[in-house]
Design a protein around this ligand. Structure first.
Ligand SMILES: Nc1ncnc2c1ncn2[C@@H]1O[C@H](COP(=O)(O)OP(=O)(O)O)[C@@H](O)[C@H]1O
Ligand SMILES: [Mg+2]
Length: 353
């Protein structure tokens, strides 16, 4: 007897700096769910969150997907509703599984996961805890440290401390003494390298702190290392499996926003040219990183590897990694023997576990 297709609600867009990437990720996910191998199994309802956090039904979501870009306010139905979520643009009883494809704040950080949890409906990816801890670099580093995972030396900074001259002076001395130059100043909760500075002296350090403080009350300063940048994808729930390891190489001093999003400035090597033993250590670290923050479903774990002395430092976890057709996460799985249509089907299955 044919079973009726599973109704999947794909939520994308979002009030985040990564809105546009989310549109591209969602269109990749939706195409893969509609692949001939999946067509009978899934019925997709796309839902769109605009940059102001207003939720829109499938009619508008489909227009955004067709366009491949956000609609301007005057292209949206008038009068515009108030910003934020007033009511879901779909009856939750019409959805069996939610599939958030939102990157960055207001989506990757546990907020939308909290909504689905309150609705008592299954959803793809990490729950509230893993999403929230994975998003905040300070909370993430604390969880990794608790799990005994090796990281670059770092210090957490409260942005408010920059306003007090004595506290600021003490802070600068401590950062210079414990971390030295170069170091990296980061807002704790952004992504895509937004607000991050690599600093080489006190003036730059101060400027970097002030820039990051405009974006986030929580900052982190890290010792700079010279290392290769490697990434590993994780998939599963009770059992987490790790993909082959990939590498990002770029033509820049570090992987800043411009380099990330300028065509031709970076390339990926999949699999990364590495001794098997190193790949295995990174895969084990990727799974351990997920366990440390309670991430599951999907995650991409990024590490630094210093070839000269075999040192591997855990950099970060992304619980809602980029999912465009060129993104590392699906490409790593493709290279590990899981093609895109199978990958999205497995992700939906993890939500139902
Ligand atoms: N401690 C560090 N040493 C060397 N490079 C770093 C360090 N921290 C960050 N970087 C560089 O900055 C980039 C972005 O930092 P990351 O912490 O991954 O932020 P995001 O979450 O925005 O991707 C990294 O890919 C790397 O190129
Ligand atoms: Mg990163």
């Amino acid at each position: 007897m044919p079973t009726s297709p599973l109704r999947v609600g794909v939520v994308f867009g979002g009030a985040s700096g990564e809105h546009d990437v989310s549109i591209r990720s969602a269109s990749t996910v939706i195409k893969a769910l509609a692949d001939p191998s999946n067509r009978e199994r899934f019925q997709v309802t796309p839902l769109y969150i605009d940059r102001e956090g207003r939720w829109w039904p499938d009619t508008i979501a489909k227009r955004v997907l067709e366009r491949g870009a956000a609609l301007t306010d005057d292209q949206l139905p008038q009068p515009l509703p108030a910003c934020g979520l007033r009511q879901l643009p779909v009856d939750p009883d019409q959805i069996d599984v939610w599939y958030p494809v939102l990157h960055g704040p207001n989506g990757e950080d546990g907020t939308v996961q909290g909504l689905f949890t309150l609705m008592q409906q299954p959803f793809v990816g990490s729950g509230v805890l893993g999403s929230a801890v994975g998003m905040d670099k300070l909370a993430m580093k604390a969880a990794f440290a608790d799990a005994g995972l090796c990281q670059v030396p770092h210090i957490g900074v409260n942005a408010a401390d920059l306003n007090n001259p004595e506290q600021l002076e003490r802070l600068l001395i401590r950062l210079e003494k414990e971390l030295g130059y170069p170091c990296f100043v980061k807002p704790a909760n952004l992504g895509s390298s937004v607000g991050i500075s690599k600093v080489r002296n006190r003036d730059e350090l101060l400027a970097g702190l002030r820039l990051a403080a405009k974006l986030d009350p929580r900052l982190v300063v890290e010792q700079g290392v010279t290392a290769r940048e490697l990434e590993c994808a994780v998939l599963g729930r009770a059992h987490l499996k790790a993909s082959v390891v990939g590498e990002v190489r770029f033509d820049a001093d570090w992987y800043d926003y411009e380099t990330k999003y300028t065509e031709g400035r970076s390339q990926t090597l999949i699999p990364a040219p590495l001794p098997d033993a190193v790949s295995q250590r990174i895969q084990a670290m990727a799974v351990a990183a997920c366990r440390a923050v309670h991430a599951y479903g999907q995650a991409r774990v990024d590490v630094f590897y210093d070839e000269a002395n075999g040192q591997i430092w855990l950099n970060e976890i992304n619980t809602l990694p980029g999912f465009t057709s060129q993104s590392m996460y699906p490409t790593l799985w493709e290279a590990s023997g899981i093609p895109l249509p199978q990958l999205v089907a497995e992700l939906v299955a993890t939500a139902q576990e």
